[in-house]
Write a protein that binds this ligand. Sequence first.
Ligand SMILES: C[S@@+](CC[C@H](N)C(=O)[O-])C[C@H]1O[C@@H](n2cnc3c(N)ncnc32)[C@H](O)[C@@H]1O
Length: 245
Amino acid sequence: MTGPHDAAEYGRFIAADYDALYEGVFDTEGAVARLAGLAAGGPVLELGVGTGRLAIPLAERGLAVHGVDGSPEMLALLAAKPGGEAVSTTVGDFAELDVPGTFALAAITFNTIFALPDQASQVRCFASTARHLRPGGRFVVEAWVPDAAVGPDSQLSTRKLAGGYVGLVVAEHDRASQVLRTTQVVLGGAAGVRVYPVVHRYAHPAELDLMAQLAGMRLEHRWADWHGSAYVSTSPQHVSVYRLG
Ligand SMILES: C[S@@+](CC[C@H](N)C(=O)[O-])C[C@H]1O[C@@H](n2cnc3c(N)ncnc32)[C@H](O)[C@@H]1O
């Protein structure tokens, strides 16, 4: 176990810049279409809802969407956006989810499951998510695949960001604890140079599958992207769909 996790830390550093840095970088349309299809009209719970990149377009499709996030700054940005009022939110740690109601679909996207600092908190996240699903409900996890992306010790790489920004990532890797500590240095924009620390306790898809099993869920689909492309041994990321019961 590491020390107590600060669920608000990520947003404290990045909230004001998040949308500008990642504008156009993600397949947001593909994710929204896939998530809406899996929800099939039922209510949606997003863990780490952030500034509402997915939650707002899902609500615009007529779905009831509830978002949980540890960062009041990120949630304030969501609420201020057009359509943000349609997304209900809770400030809290998604390792210990406790929100009213049950959902047809829960989702945790963009590697956010790895924001939890250790295996125990990730297991609790799967378990508390399962308690918030309706019978037959689904949990979607989008994350990077460790083997494809993690070098042995420390490394420097570039990161794709929105136009006008350059991202350099310095990573320190501890294989023993499956922790990748990155410092993202962003150049560009009005503020010049900024530094964002991000720590991922990563897990191979097989470990996530076991967490799902412990929570009473089973793997229904694993794709390489939001469009259902086949997941193969070289896929750098996965979209996994777990089903309760
Ligand atoms: C990478 S952002 C993803 C935001 C959004 N889901 C998206 O795809 O654009 C991760 C979000 O998770 C939140 N977060 C990180 N750890 C958390 C935790 N333990 N509990 C609740 N929220 C957390 C951060 O504040 C941030 O808004």
